[in-house]
Ligand binder design. Structure first.
Ligand code: ASP
Ligand code: MG
Length: 402
């Protein structure tokens, strides 16, 4: 049993849809049981969001979900038609028809249960079910949207419900040691563990969607990320293999979409950090890296990073809290980059951090912040040094393709 999910670029136009149908048909003829999940065609989700913003100021969640899920619904019907042309019996299903029961949180609904009986029955009857991604029906019987990137989650949830593997077809041919557009000598990995993939997602690796990887790890669903353009085998995201030795560094991720805020001379007493970050949380700010130094003479500095798009609204808020807690000043830098190295072998190999810092120093790159987990080291550097930092670290850890 294999669940094949096709992203927006994979079904962007009529020709692409026919190519996907051809691939599905081949898989069926090979004797596999196939369930298909599709995203909306091309940039349709963005277009529908834009359309809504032109029509309405209030954009009620219930109506937004009805609107957005129409994109995936169109794609299911078109793909089924293309499959019929190839002699493959196929039926389209909305999320609701496919048994996706969700909560009532519109625009970002959570799956509560997958009642996949109808999908299983279709497969048993020799048909290919084509399910609309990122959608379901709520406990109040309304159509819901699972959020951006939610089609991956749909596919993983179906694979878990049906007991199969999950193939995510996209416009990249797998997970790379770093972004090949930035570092042309990046290599495609044949496999990566769930833990490493999650760290890479959190570090800013855009695909696959983090939520889907989390779901796959929790339910032990093997994921195969691969290309819908070359159809070559891609990268398997799977449970760590205890028999295999871990790479010290598996991948390097650069993310230049963040900004930094520093509050100086923060009084060093209980409750101060709590006050700052509660205020930011109440404003729904997605704070990433937080660093606080030891205090000297009762004062310390706190720095944190956040998506740069949020800086304009967060800065005045931070200034207000800074006054309330009796801090000195609020400094900000709109263009920083976070460069992260991820590798399960870091757990057992000393000296990784030293090599990172030496490599950056040798290339004249200054480190502004450092944070680590058991299998990740992240540094903040100036935004315009992101690509260079990624490239030199990629080389230093032997990741360049020969
Ligand atoms: N089409 C939606 C999006 O672009 C859902 C998905 O494809 O995952 O976010
Ligand atoms: Mg998508």
């Amino acid at each position: 049993m294999v669940v094949q999910k096709f992203g927006g670029t994979s079904v962007a136009d009529p020709e692409r849809i026919r190519e996907v149908a051809d691939h599905v048909a081949r898989t069926v003829r090979r004797g596999d049981q196939v369930v298909v999940v599709v995203s909306a065609m091309g940039k349709e989700t963005d277009e529908l969001l834009h359309l809504a913003s032109q029509v309405s100021k209030t954009r009620p969640g219930r109506e937004m979900d009805m609107l957005i899920t129409a994109g995936e619904r169109k794609a299911t019907a078109l793909l089924c038609m293309a499959l019929h042309d190839l002699g493959v019996p196929a039926d389209s299903f909305t999320g609701s028809q496919a048994g996706f029961l969700t909560d009532t949180n519109h625009m970002n609904a959570k799956i509560l249960e997958v009642r996949a009986d109808r999908i299983r029955a279709a497969v048993d009857a020799g048909r290919v079910p084509v399910v609309g991604g990122a959608q379901g029906v709520s406990t109040e019987n309304d159509v819901t949207f699972l959020g951006r990137g939610g089609s991956d989650t749909t596919a993983v949830a179906l694979a878990e419900a049906l007991g199969g593997v999950c193939e995510l077809y996209t416009d990249v041919s797998g997970v790379f040691t770093t972004d090949p557009r930035v570092v042309p000598v990046a290599r495609r990995m044949t496999r990566i563990s769930f833990d490493e993939m999650l760290e890479m997602c959190a570090a800013g690796c855009p695909k696959p969607a983090m939520r889907a990887v989390e779901f796959a790890r929790t339910h032990g669903v093997p994921l195969h990320v691969r290309s819908a353009f070359t159809w070559e085998p891609g990268t398997w995201i799977i449970e760590e293999d205890p028999e295999m030795e871990d790479a010290i560094v598996s991948g390097v991720v650069g993310d230049d979409s963040e900004a930094k805020i520093t509050i100086t001379q923060v009084p060093d007493r209980p409750g101060v950090s709590a006050k700052v970050f509660r205020a930011l949380a109440s404003a729904d700010v997605n704070v990433d890296m937080i660093v606080q130094n030891v205090s000297e003479q009762g004062h310390t500095d706190i720095s944190f990073t956040l998506p740069s798009g949020e800086l304009a609204t967060v800065l005045p808020l931070t200034e207000q809290v800074a006054v309330e807690i009796g801090a000195d000043r609020v400094l900000s830098d709109p263009s920083i980059a976070k460069v992260s190295l991820v590798g399960a072998g870091m757990r057992t190999n000393p000296g990784v951090a030293a090599t990172v810092f030496e490599t950056l120093a040798a290339n004249g790159i200054n480190i502004e912040m450092i944070s680590t987990s058991a299998i990740r080291i992240s540094v903040v550097v100036a935004g315009d040094q992101c690509d260079k930092a990624v490239a030199v670290l990629h080389t230093a850890f032997g990741l360049d393709a020969a």
